[in-house]
Design a protein around this ligand. Structure first.
Ligand SMILES: C[S@@+](CC[C@H](N)C(=O)[O-])C[C@H]1O[C@@H](n2cnc3c(N)ncnc32)[C@H](O)[C@@H]1O
Length: 244
């Protein structure tokens, strides 16, 4: 990882220990997840966008579908924030005390919860992060915004990324398509506007894996303006109407 890319990240010296904890504690058959979550390249777009848009420390941040806490530990802009993280996967929950014992997650509260049913007080967060979660077929962005937009303070920020509907056919042709939920970018923008947000910035995501694959994503973008995943930061500019 180049120093430029590392620039948006934190605690890089802990990365190997982080991966070792995952390797030794994840259930059998889950081993590939150790390298997946330990691949800090996958956090580059999130880290860069939060560095640009999340200003201040001690902010309250909700992390939806936190997985094994890679974002809380390695994203620089999240250091020093008061984070509430939740995820419904039982296998990730045991890592909370493990990383805390190593001195991480000191300002992170964790609960095991389902995004489809959990609730928080209105206007309790400065920011919401939904990183690498919306590919889940069981989740729908519009429903999530309905549930979580009211929990953001006015002026609060949401980060999300989503797989692009416009590359579904190409991914299928490449034999890479799985049961992903994909979104049209216009629909995501429209959904955000409906829920009181104004888009501050969006970016193509150039992939997390090896250099060749990242090059492929870059060529796809610069040559055909196609991206398989896009990331958006939006600001809550209007109060959200709640259903009667
Ligand atoms: C690829 S992981 C990403 C984890 C983390 N956001 C990151 O970027 O490192 C997707 C996570 O979303 C979680 N997830 C999916 N659907 C969920 C739901 N309905 N409620 C809570 N968590 C959910 C999964 O358990 C998984 O940990």
């Amino acid at each position: 990882m180049s120093s430029e890319r590392a620039g948006h990240l934190a605690n890089l010296g802990y990365r190997d220990t982080y991966v070792a904890h995952l390797r030794s504690r994840l259930p059998e058959g889950w081993t590939p997840f150790s390298d997946f979550f330990g691949n800090l390249n996958r956090l580059r777009t999130l880290s860069g966008l939060l560095d640009r848009h999340l200003k201040g420390r001690g902010l309250t941040v909700l992390n939806i579908g936190c997985g094994p806490f890679a974002t809380e530990i390695f994203v620089r802009a999240l250091q020093g924030q008061q984070i509430v993280s939740f995820d419904y996967t039982a296998e990730f929950a045991p890592f909370y005390p493990v990383f805390r014992a190593d001195g991480h997650l000191t300002k992170t509260a964790f609960l095991r919860a389902d995004a489809l049913s959990v609730g928080f007080r209105p206007e309790s967060f400065d920011a919401i992060v939904i990183h690498d979660v919306l590919y889940e077929t069981g989740l729908d962005l519009d429903d999530l915004l309905e549930r979580f937009a009211p929990t953001l303070k006015p002026g609060g920020l949401v980060y999300l990324d989503a797989m692009n509907e416009s590359t579904r056919r190409l991914w299928r042709m490449l034999g890479k398509e799985k049961a992903y939920r994909r979104y049209r970018r216009e629909d995501v923008m429209a959904s955000l506007r409906r829920h009181g947000f104004e888009v501050a910035e969006w970016r193509p995501v150039f992939g997390a894996s090896g250099r060749l694959l990242r090059l492929f994503h870059a060529v796809l973008w610069h040559g055909a303006r196609l991206c398989n995943t896009f990331a958006v930061v939006a600001v809550k500019v209007r109060p959200v109407k709640t259903s009667p």
